[in-house]
Design a protein around this ligand. Structure first.
Ligand code: GAL
Length: 848
């Protein structure tokens, strides 16, 4: 009997913790996704598998689960998986099946956005470049060659998933799939064919028989049975195109992407929490954070042009895989509060009433007596006190309070009750592998990249060629070379005035060499990729070598017909005399072309080659140099970055793998970083910016798993000129953990269970602190004040009122433990200033 009971218990436990033992039936109705007959309120987050490493995946997924996610969303990146038509690659960081299985192992669901157009600030929006060369092809419209390829790839991915039994209908974690991406924004530009294409895409997708629903985002005319979903900073007002479809939000932007030369956007968590709570308040049941972990655009994967190598996105888990506090923690609390409402939310439709100007109450109440409520103040300025069910509630501006029992507040979106933290980069000098001393000049070797044509496979053509059609994106680089005969009678030589070389390029960056010397350089930027330059040049009588090195910095990923946006020196290219207005147009001359660099051809990025030299002197501030050194990995497990101070622009490889393009000399405009950024009021991608007047990106992620303990090879290709001895390594460390809780805060949602009202009353607000990793304990209390402390984590200061007992009480409760909880009330600390709202602020550090 006992054995049976244990057996049954085990069975139950398994059934509860691994929801994938048996095939699940996923459908939907007007309220929600319905999994095995039960409507679900789901919280989802985006992690793009190639933007981290397989070694990072388990931890990222676990941190997502700990943060309260139930679904992981990823795009599928066609150009990664099929770099050459018909040749597939699903190895390493491209191992989609492994990623999906890891999510499954963690007990989470998957939303697989196949696209195959993905946008995503990813090179060419995810399309392989070879697609562009298929005769007669027009992307993303009712075009047979395109549809055939799109269908083939989509079917390939669906088949792969089916073969591994990864659809929920087969016992797998995939509960949802997306076809296309935000085509609604573009449909008009494609005329009638846009509409027929979308109908075709819907039929094609559903014909693949995944057994789970399909969605189209930003596609208000999505044909049945495809669910049209919302993307944006707010989606509470969204209405799906049929009464039978649930209100779903596939992209809630947790921050925004950044570009080289631009400031770096961030989005305050109070605003994200407000947007999420409003969405669930007004009937939403599925919400996905884009991004939950943004990660890194390694190699040449960034789109754009000009998208930064870092795709941090100010997401709840940062680029390096550490939780981004207080964002991660506050959203975790929010998810708990929402989940406490799930039963009531799925049982009924919301009923919303006004509580005053810009004040709204929504109640989910069932006949059997379940009740959950959301109270919102969507005014941007004034805090309010509202009456609801005979009780009064204070609602800060731009906030929502969640009442899982229609009486008590589990969370207010503007009141952060969770741990925050400061993480920082700690510099480590590059060490010489053999001597373990700080690296010196002698640690470097180099190879000069020849200026102009150096390869046998160069070719000559009349006129100026568009770059992407010429390189097929095999390289960022294309040389345009010309020999120009300056005759004695030529006015450029005789009139004594300055001669200019005028160049018009579609972008993205350009170096101009005259007779082997750099005469000028220029680049576009995200908003305006084109380059137009007048470079002062000095010609000599007879033959002159004009070499233009044109570069792409990530291919366009967004917009109607984005695939046709060109790059490179399409002209005109003209010599101009400044005095007598003489112009010689060189555009239709015989230009010689070379795709890529000699160093690329030779595979210098791997570090091996007999060409590396270390004599006579290290080139400093010289264009077109390959540099190489070796270094030891920093000790410990903290994430690693390279600080590119001193370098100009180029690409970097560690042990043969590209960590991406670097460009620390591209400085963001000095204005626009309002500080602090008020979270109240509608957010947009320009509202909250940092790094004004600074490099858009100085630090570049070096995945730990790419490093050996010693003898790591670092290769740089520097275009403009730099001093590699200024490079340094840094590790990302959590410096302080902090918390600030006032005695009027709602009870931490942790302690909030609707059956336990008594505990709630006794407990009152509580401050909790916890170290970021399991092997650490709180070792030092750096700051503590119970009274009226000011500031934020890392810069707290005492206000006029501060309890004298606070430090010893907090030290006693916390030192030596991984985490601690302290009641925020006069019962714990005594009352240093009666009649005043008091807060407890603590900053602590952890160590092993
Ligand atoms: C969306 C798109 C995403 C991403 C995002 C901006 O419109 O669907 O793929 O590009 O914008 O980060």
């Amino acid at each position: 009997m006992r054995v049976m009971a244990v057996g049954f218990g085990l069975f139950l436990l398994l059934a509860l913790t691994t929801p994938f033992c048996f095939g699940a039936n996923v459908t939907y109705d007007h309220r929600a996704l319905v999994i095995d007959g039960k409507r679900r309120v789901l919280v989802s987050g985006s992690i793009h598998y190639p933007r981290s490493t397989p070694q990072m995946w388990p931890d990222l997924i676990q941190k997502s689960k700990d943060g309260g996610l139930e679904v992981i969303e990823t795009y599928v990146f066609w150009n990664l998986h099929e770099p050459v038509q018909g040749q597939y690659d699903f190895e390493g960081a491209k191992d989609l099946v492994k990623f999906v299985k890891l999510v499954k192992d963690a007990g989470l669901f998957v939303h697989l956005r196949i696209g195959p157009y993905v946008c995503a600030e990813w090179n060419y929006g995810g399309f392989p470049l070879w697609l562009h060369f298929i005769p007669g092809i027009v992307f993303r419209t009712d075009n047979e060659p395109f549809k055939a390829e799109m269908k083939r790839f989509t079917a390939k991915i669906v088949d792969m998933m089916k073969q591994e039994s990864l659809y929920a209908s087969q016992g797998g974690p995939i509960i949802l799939s997306q076809i296309e991406n935000e085509y609604g924004n573009m449909e008009k530009s494609y005329g009638n064919s846009g509409r027929t294409y979308i109908n075709w895409a819907a039929k094609m997708a559903t014909s693949l028989g995944t057994g789970v629903p399909w969605v189209m985002c930003k596609q208000q005319d999505a044909p049945d049975p495809i669910i049209d979903t919302c993307n944006g900073f707010y989606c509470d007002q969204y209405v799906p195109n049929s009464n039978n479809k649930p209100k779903m939000w596939t992209e809630n932007w947790t921050g925004w992407f950044a570009s080289f030369g631009g400031a770096v956007p961030f989005r305050p968590v109070e605003d994200i929490a407000f947007a999420v709570a409003r969405f669930y308040q007004l009937g939403g049941t599925f919400q996905n954070y884009y991004m939950y972990h943004g990660g890194t655009n390694f190699g040449r994967t960034t789109g754009g042009p000009f998208i930064l190598t870092s795709y941090d996105y100010d997401a709840p888990i940062d680029e390096y895989g550490l939780v981004n506090q207080p964002k991660w923690g506050h959203l975790k609390d929010l998810h708990k509060a929402i989940k406490l409402c799930e039963e009531a939310m799925v049982a009924t439709d919301p009923k919303t009433t006004s509580l005053g100007s810009k004040l709204e109450a929504t109640v989910y109440k069932t006949e059997s007596g379940q009740c959950a409520a959301f109270l919102a103040n969507y005014g941007t300025q004034s805090d309010a006190t509202v009456q609801f069910n005979g009780k009064s509630y204070s609602l800060p501006a731009w906030s929502v309070s969640i009442l899982p029992d229609c009486k008590n507040v589990a969370l207010n979106t503007a009141k952060i009750n969770s741990v925050s933290a400061t993480a920082n980069f700690v510099r480590q000098p590059l060490k010489d592998e053999t001597t373990a001393t700080e690296m010196s000049l002698s640690g470097w070797s180099w190879v000069n990249e020849p200026v102009g044509i150096s390869s046998d496979i160069a070719f000559t053509k009349p006129g100026l060629l568009e770059q992407i059609n010429t390189t097929a994106d095999q390289s960022d680089y294309l040389w345009y070379s010309l020999s120009y005969e300056a005759k004695g009678v030529n006015s450029f030589l005789t009139d004594g005035s300055q001669t200019f070389l005028h160049i018009d390029s579609l972008g993205h960056a350009l170096y101009v060499f005259i007779n082997g010397h750099l005469a000028g350089s220029g680049n576009g930027r995200y908003e305006k990729p084109k380059v137009s330059m007048d470079v002062p040049v000095t010609l000599r009588p007879g033959k002159n070598k004009i070499d233009l090195l044109s570069l792409t910095v990530g291919l366009q990923n967004y917009g109607a017909f984005f695939d046709k946006v060109g790059a490179g020196v399409t002209g005109p290219v003209q010599l101009k005399g400044s005095q007598n207005g003489s112009v010689v147009d060189l555009s239709s001359q015989q230009w010689t072309y070379q795709v890529g660099l000699k160093g690329e051809d030779l595979g210098l990025y791997t570090g091996s080659s007999s060409l590396w030299v270390s004599q006579p002197t290290l080139p400093n501030n010289q264009p077109l140099v390959w540099y190489k050194t070796t270094f030891d990995a920093p000790s410990g497990n903290s994430p690693v970055a390279l600080d590119f101070t001193g370098m100009g622009k180029g690409e970097a490889w560690i042990n043969g793998q590209s960590i991406g393009r670097y460009w620390p000399t591209f400085i963001a405009p000095s204005g626009g970083c309002a500080n602090p950024c008020d979270y109240r009021g509608p957010f947009n991608s320009n509202k909250c910016l940092k790094n004004c007047g600074k490099p858009s990106q100085q630090l570049y992620h070096v995945p730990r798993s790419w490093l050996k303990p010693s003898g790591n090879i670092l290769v740089l290709f520097e275009e403009i000129g730099g001093n590699p001895t200024k490079l340094s390594l840094a590790t990302r460390e959590t410096e302080s953990i902090c918390s600030l809780v006032s005695d009027t805060h709602p009870l931490p949602v942790d302690m909030w269970t609707s059956s336990d009202e008594e505990t709630r009353k006794i407990a009152g607000p509580t401050l909790s602190l916890g170290c970021p990793s399991a092997d650490q304990v709180i070792s030092k209390i750096k700051f503590v004040s119970f009274g009226t402390p000011r500031g934020t984590c890392g810069s707290f200061s005492h206000g006029q009122c501060s309890s004298k007992m606070a430090r010893s009480i907090v030290e006693q409760a916390c030192i030596g433990s991984r985490s601690c909880k302290i009641g925020v009330s006069v019962n714990t600390f005594g009352d240093p200033c009666a009649g005043i709202v008091k807060s407890l602020a603590v900053e602590a550090s952890c160590s092993l």
